[in-house]
Every structure is written in C-alpha cells, then in structure tokens.
Design a protein around this ligand. Structure first.
Ligand SMILES: *Cc1c(COP(=O)(O)O)cnc(C)c1O
Length: 391
C-alpha cells in the first residue's frame, strides 16, 4: 500500500540537504563546542554559523538566538524566564485560548505560582480578539504571548497589529512561530517582536532541537541550570548536529518561501474545492485565505473525526484530529471549542497538512477515499444518527 502523509503540522521528514550538513557532526566532528582545543573550535564554529543563519532568517542579531530542545522548551522558558525575571515590574501575562499546550500548561503553572494570566478569546475564524487585548493590557502586564499561526486550523494572526498594540505600551511581545517559519516572512526587529520560538522538525529539520530569539535588553531568567552554554542562560552540552540541521532548515525554509507557498497553496485550494464538490456538509475551519498554505482543517457533518482518521489510516492515509478519545469520553479540541464550533462539528474535524512534496495525484486518492469513508460512517455511526437535526 502506498502511504500518503498529510500530517506535516505534526512533523516533517529531514530533507537531504539538511541531513548532509548534519552528518559530519554525528560522526567525525564530535568535539564539545565548549572545549578550547581544535575539535572544540570546529564545532563552536558550526554553532556560530547556525546562529547566523537563523538570525538572518528572522531578522535579528545572532547574539539574540538561544538554542533549545525544541519549541516546547522555548515556549516554557520564555514564559517562565520573563515572568520570573520581571516580577518586580508586574505579575500579569496575556495569552490566548488557542495557544499550544507548551504555552497554556506553563501559564497554568505560573498561575499556581502567583502570576495572573489572561486568556484572550478568539473569533469564529480563530483570530485573537484585539479589543480584549487592548482592554486587558495594564501596568502590571509584563508579557504578551500570542502564536503567529495556529497548528490546528492554520489561521495566521494579524501579527503586526498585535505587536503594535503591545509595543506601544512598552510591554514585551512573544510569538510562537513554530508553524509559521517558512510560511510567512519575519523581520522581528522591524516588526517589534521581542521574542520568538521555533522548532526544527516542523520545517524539514531534526527533532529535539529549536531556538528562542530574545531581543537584547530583555530580562529573562535561565530555565536549564548548569554550565555557561548559550551565554549562561541555557545550560547543557549543545546538540551540535541538531543545531547544524536546524540552522540549515531555517535557511532553506526562509529562502524558498515564495515558491514553496505558491505551490502548496494551489494544491490546498484544489483539495478544498474537491472535497466541497464531492462531499456535502463539509465546513472549512479557520480563515479561508489568511491561513497557512499547507493547512486544511475540515469538519465533516454527521461524522466522528476520530473514526474517519482511523479509517483513512487503514487505507494508508495519515491525518490528524484535534480531539482525542480516552476511555469513555472525548477530549474536545480546545482550539475549535474556543472558535465556537458546536460539539458535533468539533468532533467531526479532521486536519490535513500538506508539504512541498505532496502531489495532486495523492490528493485525488484522498478525496476518493474520503467520499467512500464519509458515506459509510454516516450510514453506520450512532453518533451520526444522534447528530441528525443538530447541524
Ligand atoms: C509543534 C509545535 C510546538 C512544539 O514544538 P516541539 O519542537 O515539538 O517541542 C509548539 N508550538 C506549535 C505551534 C507547534 O506546532
């Protein structure tokens, strides 16, 4: 069976260009970059190049880039580190209800530790409510963290407007750009973005490596304690091969941004059109245009999304759902719930995420399978029957 992978928001394969750059650092170039001898200097140089590539990719200075174990750590760290280093100034953080769990769960932790967190609502297309942002900023606010593009529905926030509102008050603005690198252009200095998280494995780089950009002058407490790596702010022997791969992946993603996105966007719009043409009661979630070019999130009426995902999997097609079934209950997607979808449409949502290697032929196969499976599920599913009349 030929497999079709449409789960690129979950992870992507390492590209050969990236792997080639990494190989020497997995084999012969094994020096510890903190060592002063020749082997150490060689790997230190490789880290410097990676830092420069990432800085160039997002428009900051190399000295403002800190390597982490991924975007989860970058998000954890930026929230914890800025909150704790600026306690004397204030104890209020603003974020949104549709952030990644690595933001939301750290916010919960900070609340337990005495910080105040405001979770902004989003509208039906997934845009953060700017009126609420303006309303909640106060003299106690030390950090605003709002993701650039949502991993489930693909909506791209009005980032510049948010950065302007927050910047006007002199408050630090962080964005989780994990899904947006390679999708939109960043120039963090020009845009007034003070901190940004990114990850290797979402952009054809390796897993377990990411970076946090923090603008010079912003106070941030360390999160990993130990040696003097990363300017003494993030201890631990550097993941040299991973960092080299990350640097290359950011370079490629930002270099090929226009051609990749044009190609993927065309496929995406073709796929959405084919689904709408061949299956009734389908609803695209998120904004139709201001969305990641690879994201198609659709609620299938009178269908259980998890069943649909599993039946697609049996046919070699890999997708994902935002809601997860655990024994006897369903954990509904907080993102779709925050967007105000009915419970049935939340349960009926499936996310397809394309890549630059996705083909029209693959998408045609997926549509053919979708038609069959959706029809079958609508016939047999008790959930479908219970949903009749509620849509
Ligand atoms: C994947 C993802 C993360 C987590 O990144 P890891 O490198 O896997 O820890 C954080 N935020 C968003 C928006 C993501 O899509």
């Amino acid at each position: 069976m030929n497999r079709i992978y449409l789960d690129n928001a979950a992870t992507t394969p390492i590209s050969s260009e990236v792997l080639n750059e990494m190989m020497p650092y997995l084999t012969t170039n094994y020096g510890n970059p903190s060592a002063v001898h020749a082997f150490g200097r060689e790997t230190k140089h490789a880290l410097d190049i990676a830092r420069e590539r990432i800085a160039k990719g997002i428009g900051c200075d190399p000295s403002e880039i800190y390597f982490t174990s991924g975007a989860t750590e970058a998000n954890n760290w930026v929230l914890y580190g800025i909150a704790n280093a600026n306690k004397d100034k204030g104890r209020h953080i603003i974020t949104s209800k549709i952030e990644h769990p690595s933001v939301l769960n750290m916010c919960k932790r900070l609340e337990e530790e005495g910080f105040r967190v405001t979770y902004l609502d989003v509208d039906s297309q997934g845009f953060v409510r700017l009126d609420q942002l303006i309303h909640h900023l106060d003299s106690d606010t030390v950090l605003v963290s709002i993701m650039t593009a949502n991993n489930e529905v693909g909506t791209i926030q009005n980032l510049q407007a948010i950065a302007n509102i927050v910047g006007e008050k002199g408050i630090t603005f962080h964005t989780d750009a994990t899904q947006a690198i390679g999708a939109i252009n960043f120039n963090v200095h020009e845009m007034g973005i003070d901190a940004l998280s990114l990850s290797g494995h979402k952009i054809n780089g390796p897993k377990g490596v990411g970076a946090l950009y923090v603008k010079k002058g912003i106070k941030i407490a360390p999160f990993m304690l130990g040696g003097e790596q990363e300017y003494g702010l993030r201890a631990g022997t550097s993941n040299v091969a991973g960092i080299v791969g990350l640097g290359k992946a950011v370079e490629i993603a930002t270099r090929d941004i226009v051609t990749n996105n044009k190609k993927i966007r065309q496929l995406r719009d073709y796929f959405i059109a084919q689904i709408n043409k061949n299956i009734d009661m389908c609803y695209l979630n998120g904004h139709p245009i201001q969305r990641l070019s690879n994201n198609v999130n659709i609620s299938f009426g009178m269908v259980d999304g998890e069943s649909l995902m599993m039946m697609l999997d049996l046919n070699g097609i890999m997708v994902s759902t935002g809601s997860a079934c655990s024994v006897g209950s369903v954990k509904l997607s907080p993102v779709l719930t925050a967007m105000g979808l009915s419970k049935d449409l939340v349960k009926g949502a499936v996310r397809f995420t394309l890549s630059k290697t996705t083909t029209k032929e693959e998408l045609d196969i997926v549509v053919t399978q979708l038609v069959k499976i959706v029809q079958k599920l609508r016939q047999i599913s008790p959930i479908a029957k219970s949903q009749v009349g509620t849509l």
